[in-house]
Design a protein around this ligand. Sequence first.
Ligand SMILES: NC(=O)c1ccc[n+]([C@@H]2O[C@H](COP(=O)([O-])OP(=O)(O)OC[C@H]3O[C@@H](n4cnc5c(N)ncnc54)[C@H](O)[C@@H]3O)[C@@H](O)[C@H]2O)c1
Length: 364
Amino acid sequence: MEQHTTPTYFVTGGAGFIGSHLVRTLLTQQPDASVVVLDVLTYAGNPENLLDIASDKNAGQHLYFAQVDICDTLALHKLFTRFTPQLVFHLAAESHVDRSLVDASRFMRTNIQGTQIIAECIYEQIQAGYPCRMLHVSTDEVYGSISSGQTPVLEEYPCTPTSPYSQSKLAAEKIVQDTLSCGLDAVIVRCCNAFGSHQFPEKLIPVVLSCALSHKSVPLYGSGLQTREWMCVKDHVAGIIAAAMHGKSGQTYNLSSGIELANLTLAEILIDALAMLTHDPAISRSLITHVTDRKNHDLRYASNSSRAMQELGWHARCDIYNELLATVNWYVQNASWLEHITKKSYHTQSVQQLKDVLDIRWID
Ligand SMILES: NC(=O)c1ccc[n+]([C@@H]2O[C@H](COP(=O)([O-])OP(=O)(O)OC[C@H]3O[C@@H](n4cnc5c(N)ncnc54)[C@H](O)[C@@H]3O)[C@@H](O)[C@H]2O)c1
């Protein structure tokens, strides 16, 4: 067992979009903390997302990476025994609704079984006398579709998830809640849609930007009038950390911005910003192409974060339009990141790069 006098955090899914932002923030804000990323590196996990922080001569020394499947009980036990983390930020998940409609099995395995195994490992560590808290990241999609005109929902609102993704996320919450009664220390956050740099180009914002940048038509489901609450990833990360540090055990917190945008409006904002930044006359709203809508496509998600504001002192602070512009600019400046992430050969190369940088802090 490694002896730590300073805090040690696990971040599952730390090579993904939100996870990598969380890792960067933890290591930057808490120079004494060690962060161990547990990530199997699916198509959505990108070692390149962590290269900058891993290469930082100060913060990078406190980053460890274990390429591990959260359903691998034996491997997880070894990691918990070695590091005895005080806090586990659990973000690893299959996260794309469209994929869940094609094949739900991976969602059930990672999102439900994986969460159960993580919760059990934490529970066993607590039983062994080493306190540990679980911060479980869930989604506002567990509520199902909210009618237009309805006030944003509180945490007690009945959940009626409609996709295998959101159903698996609700089942995961249930597992966490059930384990609380046995003595698990856990807090759940239900986040609205996040945006920012390093998001895999299957989610709406990077899809719009990558298609428009290469002058391809930008596909939009149905009328494009489905509305979502959007919040920049910095605010998500701040909310996740606030809930982990100050949340009441057993509590669930909505983390949302109150800023609702229809998919069509968002696509138009992004394309206008892209045209302005690139001065490319081929980038215009005419690229938007309405395609057959997704089955059971939820019309609206909208949740009320007053509990998080009162109990955690957290609220979404970022100016959405400035952050959207910054995000568009990041994708313009980092076209190579977009190119790399979809190439299998690059994936292997970037794993090697991260291994080289981390050296003995890459855990086999
Ligand atoms: N992105 C959003 O807008 C949003 C909104 C609400 C909630 N969430 C939740 O936040 C979390 C992170 O979302 P994201 O968008 O960063 O996801 P992501 O798809 O970008 O990243 C998921 C990460 O989990 C890893 N992973 C997947 N299966 C694994 C397994 N079996 N073992 C170990 N690692 C595995 C992947 O390699 C990847 O690095 C998820 O739990 C998601 O449900 C996301």
